[in-house]
Design a protein around this ligand. Structure first.
Ligand code: E4P
Length: 225
C-alpha cells in the first residue's frame, strides 16, 4: 500500500517526508484553500520538493466534462507527467475520464462513496479510485468495507485501477486497508502523526535509555561508550 500525504502545506510536507516513508502528495480544493495562495504557486512548490517522479494529485473544479478536460490539460502542463488529475465521479466526470484516459492522462477518480462509482471509474480508465472512508462512516455505512469491496471489484473484473483510500480519521481505518493490501492510502498529517503515537513505545524506549545510562553514564550511547 502506497503511503501518501493528503495536504498542501510545504513546510509540513517537508517535515513528514523527513520522518515517514512517503510516496507522494494528494490535494483537493479545500486543502488548497487552507494555504490562502495561488494554487499553482503552492503546487509547483510541492512538485519541486517531491521531484518529477513522485505522484502529485490535483483536483479539477469544473462541473462539466469539457471544463474538466481543459483544467486537466493545464494541470498536466504546469505540474508535469506524474501528476494525477483528480476527477469527481459524476456523470460529467465519467465523460471527462474516458477522453482523458484515451489521451494517456493519469486519472484519480475522486469523491467516491459507492462501489458502483468506483467500478464505473475503473471502466472509464482511471488509475486510482478514491473512496472517502471516514465520510462514508459518517453516513452510517462502513468505509473500510466499501474500500475493500472496491479493491475486490477491480481484481475480479481485471481492471488495472487501484484503490487510493482517502478521508481517514484514525489508525484503525488505515491498518485495516494495509492488511487488505489496497493500492494506496492518502492520509492527513494529524492522522499520520497518530499512527505510531503510543505511550507503551515511549516507555519502552525510556527504559532502555535509563538502563544504558546506568551502565555507561548519562548521555552516553553506542557512539561514545
Ligand atoms: C481525497 O481524495 C479527499 O479529497 C480527502 O482525503 C478527503 O478527506 P476529508 O474527508 O478528511 O476531507
Amino acid at each position: 500500500m502506497k503511503f501518501i500525504v493528503d495536504f498542501a502545506n510545504l513546510d509540513q510536507i517537508k517535515e513528514l517526508y523527513a520522518y515517514y516513508p512517503v510516496d507522494g502528495v494528494t490535494t483537493n480544493p479545500s486543502i488548497l484553500a487552507k494555504e490562502g495562495k495561488n494554487p499553482y504557486e503552492v503546487l509547483k512548490g510541492i512538485r519541486e520538493f517531491i521531484g518529477v517522479n513522485a505522484e502529485l494529485h490535483v483536483q479539477v473544479i469544473s462541473l462539466d466534462a469539457e471544463g474538466m478536460m481543459q483544467e486537466a490539460h493545464r494541470i498536466q502542463k504546469e505540474l508535469g507527467a506524474n501528476t494525477y488529475v483528480k476527477v469527481p465521479v459524476t456523470k460529467e466526470g465519467l465523460k471527462a475520464m474516458k477522453t482523458l484516459a484515451a489521451e494517456g492522462a493519469n486519472i484519480t477518480a475522486t469523491a467516491i462513496y459507492t462501489q458502483m462509482q468506483a467500478y464505473l471509474a475503473g471502466k472509464a480508465g482511471a488509475h486510482y479510485a478514491a473512496p472517502y472512508v471516514n465520510r462514508i462512516d459518517n453516513l452510517g455505512a462502513d468505509g473500510v468495507k466499501v474500500a475493500k469491496e472496491i479493491h475486490d471489484i477491480f481484481k475480479k473484473n481485471d481492471l488495472k485501477t487501484e484503490v487510493l483510500a482517502a478521508s481517514f480519521k484514525n489508525s484503525q481505518q488505515v491498518l485495516e486497508l494495509a492488511k487488505y493490501g489496497v493500492g494506496a492510502a492518502t492520509i492527513s498529517p494529524d492522522v499520520i502523526e497518530g499512527l505510531i503515537k503510543l505511550d507503551s513505545v515511549t516507555c519502552a524506549v525510556a527504559a532502555f535509555t535509563k538502563d544504558f545510562e546506568g551502565l555507561c553514564g548519562k548521555g552516553k550511547s553506542m557512539l561514545d561508550c
